[in-house]
Design a protein around this ligand. Structure first.
Ligand code: ZN
Length: 170
């Protein structure tokens, strides 16, 4: 397995819309393994393929405190959503920022698992929020898009400044 580079806001590649996965093969399973390694090392509780510059409809999550509940969702599709969850969200592609976002509190989602088998699950709470956050990435959408334009620009400027400073450290 290998750790992958995570794209950071405002990288335009984060705005690409992902295409459906057409074959769940060994190459895809290798990518899934690398995505888990990258997510756990970061550390984060979810990662979409878009964030590692692979524009396929694939995401991984593990919201458990002890990294024992990995989920792989390929070509995920939300069938039902209801309720409201307000969560302070962060994102590996927007490091250091946490803002409250409103999403559905409960979802039913259909997807292919890592064997390529169709699955459906009903989830609520943090896992439901995380899946919705990662599915946004597949559409080229970031959690900062839910914030005001002024706030988003502030975050963008700060992250660009941080990167410029990081760039001159030798
Ligand atoms: Zn994210």
């Amino acid at each position: 397995m290998a750790k992958l580079k995570i794209l950071e806001f405002p990288d335009p590649r984060l705005r690409k819309k992902a295409s459906p996965v057409d074959a769940v093969d060994d190459a895809l399973r290798q990518l899934i393994g690398d995505m888990f390694e990258t997510m756990y090392a970061a550390p984060g509780i979810g990662l979409a393929a878009t964030q590692v510059d692979v524009h396929k409809r694939l995401l991984v999550t593990d919201v458990s405190p002890d990294k024992t509940e990995p989920h792989v969702l390929i070509n995920p599709e939300i069938l039902e959503k209801d309720g409201v969850a307000l969560t302070d969200e962060g994102c590996l592609s927007v490091p250091g920022y946490y803002e409250e976002v409103e999403r559905a509190g409960h979802i039913r989602v259909r997807f292919l698992d890592r064997a390529g088998e169709p699955q459906e699950m009903e989830v609520e709470g943090l896992l439901a929020v995380c899946i919705q956050h990662e599915m946004d990435h597949l559409e080229g959408k970031l959690f900062v898009d839910y914030l005001s334009e002024a706030k988003r620009q502030r975050i963008r400027k700060k992250l660009e400044k941080d990167r410029r400073q990081a760039a001159i450290v030798m």
